[in-house]
Design a protein around this ligand. Structure first.
Ligand code: AP5
Length: 222
């Protein structure tokens, strides 16, 4: 299949599987994955002032202020590799002001994927999530256990991955959801994210393949 530079946003509640699906999507469609949460965690790890401020908000499950996040994502979106290969924006925009900042730059997605997962499942996923600091791979103690003892021994947990904190993150998510969706009404597709991860990807893959075909057809007739 020809690879077309798609512009995709993926959204959903905390632990709905955005990062997991992005791994599948980027390996097949070769898009540049830009995850707002990962950019923020890298800023925290750098020890910068912005990183210190961001952590205060993340610990409370609140959105990090726009003056830190908007520039961070915008700077990444205008890089050459993103322009050439297309982008996969994960966890951004999460508020009307962030969406409006993109609109002002004429940055709109071909598709806005919304992963739909019930709250009960989300809490179980958050509590069991582990990360491999060496490879960056996401695991789950029950659903995606580590391949061997060596990996199991080095897995870490995110500072905001507790039941108490995920409930705060969920409140923030629901407060902003409808207003963000209203901006992307014409390109939203809802996918059942409660299925096993491979089945979720099968559904997303079918949608993205159809989108690629449509884009190729449009390009060849224009
Ligand atoms: P962020 O890092 O984006 O966190 P989030 O939105 O809460 O999402 P997660 O990363 O927790 O989950 P995910 O959907 O990627 O799930 P995953 O694939 O890992 O944001 C963190 C914080 O940063 C925010 O609270 C906020 O403070 C700040 N922030 C971020 N963006 C911002 C913005 N735009 N503006 C302002 N502030 C911002 O999966 C979860 C677990 O489930 C894993 O263990 C995985 O293995 C497992 N799993 C995944 N899919 C399945 C499946 N289908 N079946 C079974 N298990 C599965």
């Amino acid at each position: 299949m020809d690879v077309v530079p798609l512009k995709i946003m993926i959204s959903g509640a905390p632990a709905s599987g955005k990062g997991t699906q992005c791994e599948f999507i980027k390996s097949k469609y070769e898009l540049v994955h830009i995850a707002a949460g990962d950019l923020l965690r890298a800023e925290i790890a750098s020890g910068s002032e912005n990183g210190k401020r961001a952590k205060e908000y993340m610990e409370k499950g609140e959105l990090v202020p726009d003056e830190i996040v908007v520039m961070m994502v915008k700077d990444r979106l205008i890089q050459k590799d993103v322009q050439e290969n297309g982008w996969l924006l994960d966890g951004y925009p999460r508020s009307v002001s962030q969406a409006t900042a993109l609109e002002e730059l004429h940055i709109r997605p071909d598709l806005f994927i919304l992963l739909d997962v019930s709250e009960e499942i989300l809490v179980e996923r958050v509590v069991g999530r582990r990360l491999d600091p060496v490879t960056g791979k996401i695991y789950h103690l029950k659903y995606s256990p580590p391949e061997n003892e060596e990996i199991a021994a080095r897995l870490t947990q995110r500072f905001d991955d507790t039941e108490e904190k995920v409930k705060l993150r969920l409140v923030t998510y629901h407060k902003n959801l409808e207003s963000v969706l209203s901006i992307y009404n014409d390109v939203i597709v809802k996918v059942d994210g409660s299925l096993p991860k491979e089945e979720v990807f099968e559904r997303i893959d079918a949608i993205l393949s159809a989108l690629c075909q449509k884009k190729l057809k449009t390009d060849s007739t224009s």
